[in-house]
Design a binder for this molecule. Structure first.
Ligand code: BT5
Length: 276
């Protein structure tokens, strides 16, 4: 039986998420909680025995995780979910899962609400200069094969943006649109887009990588890169096929950065106007 979306309370229950979902494998199993420490932690716990495409979702996370052990604020009204994927790829290509997730969220936000979403390397989805979504991919692997990837997706859906400290440069979908959205519809759209984006993951991924570059808010910008080894500034030039960001420093030397933080220093347009 189909449900009419607009007549439903906006719950992310197992039945509602699965109802009418147009996917082959993502979301065949949905595990829905009122509250979890972290959907990624729970997804990792069950991943070894879970079926490919299992989705874990929670209304609230009490210890939501960002990258590098940072805290992710996850109050009611947001979308906090993790998808367990088991693509047949080596661990070195696991970054593709994160790329696919960013593309899926960007497509969904654009398709449903007409929002122009930019992807900030490595894992932020931005509207203008503000973050609306972050992704966190964690893996379990043998030396040469990926056992599972857990891709966590956190979206500030229906949250008062004033709840975020200004220094986070965060906002929410409801804050941007001036109205609340149906999270259920957004979750389903993301899961459908994620499945599409994952299609060529084990073979040719060039098209999705190209879409990432097209949607990138980072390429062409002057950036400060902060890694475990230190920091430097330069111009972000390209996303390489191994997932690294290629940055040309002031002295002309190119660096390839696989992991780290990226701060956008100046708008691309301003730099182009200056011929930088
Ligand atoms: C991320 O980390 O952007 C990854 C966020 C992933 C969250 C999802 S929710 C479902 C799944 N389960 C989890 O436990 N996690 C995943 P990072 O780039 O490190 O950004 C973290 C930083 O963003 C924090 O240090 C804050 O400054 C800021 N921040 C925290 N909560 C935020 C929020 N809700 N919206 C925007 N910024 C936030």
């Amino acid at each position: 039986m189909g449900y009419r979306l607009e007549s439903l309370p906006d719950l992310l229950s197992e039945n509602l998420v699965k109802s009418g979902l147009k996917t082959k494998f993502i979301g065949r199993t949905v595990i829905s909680h009122q509250s979890l420490t972290s959907t990624n932690a729970e997804a990792k716990r069950i991943a070894p025995s879970a079926e490919n495409g299992t989705v874990v979702v929670a209304e609230v996370q009490t210890i939501g995780r960002g990258r590098m052990e940072r805290h992710w604020h996850s109050p009611r009204g947001g979308i906090w979910m993790s998808v367990i994927l088991k693509p047949k790829i080596p661990p070195s290509l696991a970054f593709r899962v994160n790329i696919a997730a960013s593309i899926a969220v960007a497509r969904a936000l654009e398709g449903l609400y007409g929002l122009e979403v930019g992807i900030k390397w490595p894992n932020d989805l931005m509207v203008g200069e503000r973050k609306v979504c972050g992704t966190l991919t964690e893996i379990g692997a043998e030396m040469d094969s990926l056992e599972y990837a857990v891709v966590g997706i956190g979206i500030n859906a229906n949250i008062d943006p004033d709840l975020f400290p200004e220094e986070w440069k965060a906002t929410s979908i409801s804050g941007l649109l001036g109205r609340e959205v149906l999270r259920l519809e957004l979750v389903q759209s993301i899961l459908e887009e994620l499945e599409r984006a994952c299609e060529g993951m084990a073979t040719s991924f060039d098209q999705v990588m190209g879409e990432w570059s097209d949607r990138s808010a980072t390429l062409g910008r002057k950036v400060r890169i902060i890694t475990r080894d230190g920091e430097f500034e330069g111009r972000a030039e390209a996303l390489e096929s191994d997932g690294s960001l290629r940055v040309r420093k002031g002295d002309g030397i190119e660096e390839r950065v696989l992991a780290g933080d990226c701060i956008h220093l100046r708008p691309a347009k301003e730099m182009a106007d200056e011929g930088a």
